[in-house]
Ligand binder design. Structure first.
Ligand code: ATP
Ligand code: MG
Length: 388
């Protein structure tokens, strides 16, 4: 029986440039992380693609699902391998196609090993003629029901009929580390996902008001991080107790400024965690004008408390676009479970829509900022969450 292999084609961008090896090695590492536990062995580079060996009896659906969530992949397939001699390819092609239903077909050969004695077209023709003769099927070059792909490498040829879309993007961890402020709502998981897709490794920080509010938000973010870990491997999650910090703010600050001050404290604490973790920036799910804390003025006032740059990948997106993406990532169903977000604690009916840094700094001057940051950091619980 022919051996079965996973064959991964990476994104064009990785094929070029000096950093190619960094990208390919990281992609191999990321694939090993999710596919070794599923039984795939020997994941390696072979002439511009990544190959893994799939032992007999392994669940191919699991392999397909896991591979489709690894960033940096253009497409992938499950291929059988044969010797490179054209007779071996013909036999392999027949064995493969005999298991499939179709009337018309074509052969599409890619000769990766340029010293191969036949051209790609010659292989197409020889294999095509053989299938036609043995199976009585007809060749259709423009709209075939089935395409047999043949990739000829130096020592082996790989044959497959189905190609799956990869997730695109860049391999996670090639773009540095970010700290994501994760609320349990719809937006922030999508924001984290988009930065992962650009090659960033994400560390998550969630602020909760337990025991003033229920534990639901903490349970939700753990489930969300588990889903997001499918895309980046094991993830670190900081659960920061925020209720006592909010109490301090409430005691010395006019009602309408509470939300903005809560957010500024979140920026400072997440920024401190980021510095400790050697992360280079923060990421939030803010989208311009979506709620009163996300006016241009308030976003600016909030940002000015952040010790590091703040990335906002959703800033120009509509709610519906964000919802659609949350659904396709798989976080939406968890995000919509009702919970008690920490920002609902002690909030006024009419929060300030336009704040300015000068006035906010004056109001904040009565707060023991450094002590509050320390309080949040010291009280944090740190979890490691895995998807598989
Ligand atoms: P989301 O859907 O992500 O909750 P939102 O539309 O509810 O966002 P806001 O409540 O204004 O918007 O929050 C803006 C951003 O602040 C969030 O996307 C998130 O990055 C961060 N944030 C808000 N609450 C928390 C929290 N409890 N813990 C961590 N980050 C938070
Ligand atoms: Mg929210």
């Amino acid at each position: 029986m022919a051996s079965l292999h996973l064959i991964v084609h990476y994104h064009e961008i990785i094929l070029k440039g000096k950093n190619r090896y960094i990208f390919v090695n990281k992609l191999i590492e990321n694939l090993k992380d999710v596919l070794n536990p599923a039984g795939v062995k020997g994941i390696r580079e072979e002439q511009g693609r990544i190959i893994g060996d799939i032992p007999h009896g392994i669940d191919l659906n699991t392999i397909k699902e896991r591979t489709s969530r690894v960033f940096g992949i253009a497409n992938f397939a499950m291929a059988s391998a044969t010797d490179t001699h054209v007779e071996a390819i013909k036999n392999g092609a027949l064995k493969q196609l005999e298991r499939e239903a179709f009337d018309t077909f074509r052969v599409s050969t890619k000769r990766v090993y340029k010293k191969y004695p036949l051209s790609s077209m010659e292989v197409d023709r020889l294999v095509g003629a053989y299938i036609k003769e043995k199976m009585g099927k007809s060749v259709d070059l423009t709209h075939p029901q089935k395409t047999l792909f043949v990739e000829i490498l130096k020592d082996r040829a790989y044959l497959y009929t189905e190609r799956f879309h990869g997730a695109g993007g860049l391999p996670v961890s090639t773009g540095g580390t970010l700290v994501s402020l994760l609320s349990g709502g719809i937006d922030s998981p999508v924001a984290a996902y988009r930065m992962m897709k650009r090659g960033c490794k994400i560390i998550f920080v969630h602020f909760h008001s337990y025991p003033y509010l229920s534990r639901t938000s903490q349970e939700k973010v753990q489930d969300i991080v588990e889903i997001l870990s499918q895309y980046q491997g094991a993830s670190k999650l900081y659960l920061v107790p925020f209720g006592d910090i909010q109490k301090e703010i409430v005691l010395s600050v006019p009602h309408k400024y509470r939300i903005v001050l809560y957010r500024r404290m979140m920026m400072r604490i997440a920024g401190r965690i980021a510095t400790n973790e050697k992360a280079l920036a923060l990421v939030t799910g803010e989208s311009l004008g979506q709620v009163s804390s996300q006016t241009l003025e308030n976003i600016t006032t909030i940002e000015q408390a952040a010790p590091l740059p703040v990335m906002r990948p959703l800033i120009g997106m509509d709610k519906q676009e964000i919802i659609d993406q949350a659904k396709s990532i798989g976080t939406y169903e968890i995000s919509i479970i009702p919970d008690q977000d920490c920002c609902q604690l002690f909030i006024p009916k009419h929060p300030a829509v336009r704040t300015h840094t000068g006035e906010i700094e004056k109001i904040e001057s009565s707060l023991p900022i450094e002590e509050l940051i320390e309080m949040g950091i010291k009280g944090s619980q740190i979890l490691t969450i895995k998807a598989y």
